[in-house]
Every structure is written in C-alpha cells, then in structure tokens.
Design a protein around this ligand. Structure first.
Ligand code: PA5
Length: 448
C-alpha cells in the first residue's frame, strides 16, 4: 500500500481533453530530469538520492545521533530554510503533541530549533532555558555563512563550552555543511567536530534526505531507515512514464492546468495539526522552486478544522483563484472513542461510541464537498498512516512533482536568486565589510 493521489474533484474545473495533453509534456520533463539536460541541472542530486543512500551512511548517522542522545537532554538544531524545515516537518509529524511539556531526559533528548530567526527575545529565552540543561548542537548550513544560523551558533557554541567544558562541547556539537567551503566547515575542522557533508548537487529545499534532515530525525529517535525506504518506494513509483500511474506527474500536470485556468493559489490542507510543519516544508519546496520570472502558484497552507473557523470563510466564498490539496491520514496512530453521557446536556450523544477520527473524517468529507460546490477544485493525497515510511513517500512524491512542475512552468526549479535581495540590503545597513558601496547608497536612499 502506498500514498495515493485522487484528482477526481478537479475534473469539473479542467477542460476534458486538457490533462491528456500533458502526457507528452510530462514525459519530456521527466526525461529532461533524468538526462540532466534542463535548467538547474547541477542540482539534481535529489532525484536518485533515496536509492543511493547506503547502509553504512545510515549507520554513521545513527552512531553520531546516539552520541548526542546519550549525552544530551536537549539538542538544538540550528538552521534555516532548507537546512531546517525538513527535519522539523518530520520530527513534529512523528512526535507526541505534548512532548515538549514532558520531562527532559538524556537518552531521548528534546529537539529545539534555532537559527531560523533573528529575534532577540527568542534567543534570550532559548539561552536562558538552556542554562541548566545538558545540551548539544547540530549546526546545519550548506553555505556555512547564513547570518541567522551563524549568529545563533556563535551564542550556542560559547554557552555549550562554558557550561559543559571544551572537551564535552566538542563531542556534543556536530556540523552538517559543505565538504570544503564556508565558516561552518572551517570551525568544524578546527574544533574537530563530528561532521557530515551536504552534497554539492542537492539544494537546501531538496536536502531532507541528506544528513540535513536525517541526523536531527535520528537524534529525535525516529527510524531513518524506514524514512529512506518510503522515499525509495516512491522513487520507483514516480519513475513511471504513464501520467495516470505516476502520482508526481499527475499532481504536477493537474496543478499546472489549474494554474492556467486562473487558480493562482494552492492551499495545502491537513486535518492533523502535527502536519503543520510538513506544510511549511512543502511551501518552501514549491514557493522557492516555482516563484520566479513573475510566475508560479502561490503555495499556502491551513490546519483544519482549526482554520475552518477563520480562513474557512475566504475559502468558501472569497475570490475564486484557489485550489486545495488535502493531505489526508487514513488511520490515526491512537484510538479514542467519544463517551456517552446520561444527561446529554451538550446534545452530543449522537456521536457516542464513535472514534474521534470518524468525526474528523466527516468534517473532511463535508469540507471537500462544500468547497468543491463553492468553486474550489480539490486534490486528495491519501496517506495510510503517519509514520516514517509514509513521510518518506510523501517527501519524494512532492520533490519529484516539484521538479516536473517547475519544468512544465518553464522556470529553473532549482535556483533561488530572489532570496539574495534582502540579504544585500541587510548587510549594507549593518555595514558588513565588503559592502561599503552598498552601505553608502542605502544610507543616501534612506535620507531622501
Ligand atoms: O533552499 C535553500 O537554498 C535555502 O532555503 C537555504 O536552505 C537556506 O537559505 C539556508 O542556507 P544554508 O544551508 O546555506 O545556511
């Protein structure tokens, strides 16, 4: 059994023969990916990454994870964007919703994320929280120079050395970075940290199945072998040249056709809040890959039923420029039945004896029908259950779809030139050495 895509509820919005016309185009995009003849072809390392991961590599990651698990109550994962969201997506999807309130123990450390903002309050509160903790750090940065991550890492490194001594700090700080370049590599080599390499040909948002995601996920206690096995299975399934037998290709084709029909916004939907960060990961994957050359579907997300009580109004009756993709979990991991109540003051006895998930599923079905009636095409991705294996399947399914979809849109899905603009201004404003001319220009502009 695998994850399944159902596009039936989009067909009223797409002209009949339109999808068929994608057969050839999608095959061509897949061939371009395979042959490496398209735009951004130096970043195709993700394409056959799952099947190329060796047992030895996983064993090395698990050994490093074990050292952190044995020696830390808390592990801070420092990273941003592609060096952050994949690990968080998987860890939060698999974690107990209240894990962060439970006691912190060495042996099964709590994972905390940092280096993904520059908030003084966040960093103050984090460093204060860590004061009496045996903590370790995973410093993740491909370039090794990203400001948000480097800033947090300097604070954390100092604190770790002061609290735990230089020698222990060296044992509980691990780097995931480029093989040769960047400050994170220089520091790791100088300090003798255990380190893992991010392959040159895997871009940040496609890197969750490299040590960027695998190491933190293993430290959190989850099975990285199963995650990779799920991705491997999808690598096989999504190699199929037949549009209707390849969920990645079908998803890519359907969303591109909806976009052509004026559906400019895609909303990824979940009915389990644990998937919140999975949606964040997906938003980066598609937003950074397709939003360029003044084109691209705007990827957004909602947590239902929570957001049905806020964004639900807009989705039902606002501008008809949206479509939804629901990530639906068939069977939850736990069972809870709704109790009967003699007095029935709340009038809910009609639900007595039902599983909570049955109520959730009826909310899901009711929402799908209402939104389709309201003019919102609906794609449905069915996931048998929430575990490492199916998260691996979902990850690869969306990555492959993103590669195909970007080529259908005729953009380079593997670069992100637009993210440099804010950095340039920020460095100029902070008088970073090397930015003297930009500093002068920006100051003059602000004085006007
Ligand atoms: O996808 C991307 O390339 C970005 O989101 C990067 O992952 C992010 O900017 C972090 O970069 P780095 O890993 O170099 O610190």
């Amino acid at each position: 059994e695998n994850i399944k895509l159902n596009i039936e509820k989009t067909l009223d919005f797409i002209a009949k023969d339109k999808l068929a016309s994608y057969e050839e185009k999608v095959r061509a995009c897949m061939e371009t990916l395979e042959k490496g003849t398209g735009l951004g072809n130096d970043f195709l390392g993700w394409l056959h990454l799952p099947s190329s991961i060796t047992k030895e590599h996983l064993a090395d990651l698990k050994a490093a994870a074990q050292t952190l698990r044995e020696n830390c109550e808390v592990v801070v994962v420092a990273g941003i964007g592609g060096s952050y969201l994949g690990a968080r997506a998987v860890i939060e999807a698999l974690s107990d919703s209240f894990a962060w309130l439970k006691e912190k123990k060495a042996g099964n450390p709590t994972i905390i994320f940092a280096g993904h903002n520059i908030s003084e309050d966040y960093l103050y509160e984090l460093t204060t929280f860590l004061k009496d903790k045996k903590f370790g750090v995973i410093n993740i940065s491909k370039s090794g120079t990203t400001t948000e991550t480097a800033l947090a890492f300097r604070l954390l490194k100092k604190q770790c050395e002061e609290q735990r001594g230089k020698e222990t700090a060296r044992k509980v700080i691990v780097a995931v970075t480029d093989a040769k370049k960047g400050a994170a590599r220089t520091t790791a080599d100088k300090e003798g940290y255990t380190s893992f390499i991010i392959p040159d040909n895997v871009g940040g948002r496609f890197s969750v199945l490299t040590p960027v995601g695998l190491l933190p996920i293993a430290v959190a206690g989850y099975d990285i072998e199963k995650l990779v096995a799920g991705a491997c299975e999808m690598e096989k399934v999504c190699a199929n040249g037949n549009l209707h037998e390849n969920p990645s290709a079908l998803y890519a084709a359907t969303r591109n056709e909806l976009y052509r029909e004026g559906k400019k916004i895609e909303i990824l939907v979940n009915f389990h809040p644990k998937l919140h960060y999975f949606m964040e990961w997906w938003k980066q994957l598609f937003g950074e890959s397709e939003g360029k050359d003044h084109k691209g579907i705007y990827p957004s997300s909602v947590d239902f039923t929570t957001d049905l009580h806020s964004m639900g109004q807009w989705i039902q009756q606002g501008e008809r420029s949206i479509f939804e993709t629901v990530v639906s979990i068939e069977t939850p991991n736990h069972e809870l039945h709704f109790p009967s109540d003699e007095e029935n003051l709340d009038g809910l006895n009609f639900l007595a004896g039902k599983r909570i998930d049955e109520v959730n599923k009826m909310a899901e079905l009711g929402t799908q029908l209402a939104h389709v009636d309201g003019g919102v095409p609906n794609l449905h991705v069915s996931v048998p259950t929430l575990n490492e294996y199916y998260l691996g399947e979902l990850i690869y399914f969306f990555e492959k779809a993103c590669g195909i979809s970007g080529y259908l849109l005729e953009v380079n899905p593997f670069n992100q030139p637009g993210v440099e603009a804010y950095k340039k201004n920020m460095f100029a404003l902070l008088n970073k050495p090397g930015y003297e001319k930009e500093s002068e220009a920006i100051q003059a502009r602000l004085k006007k």
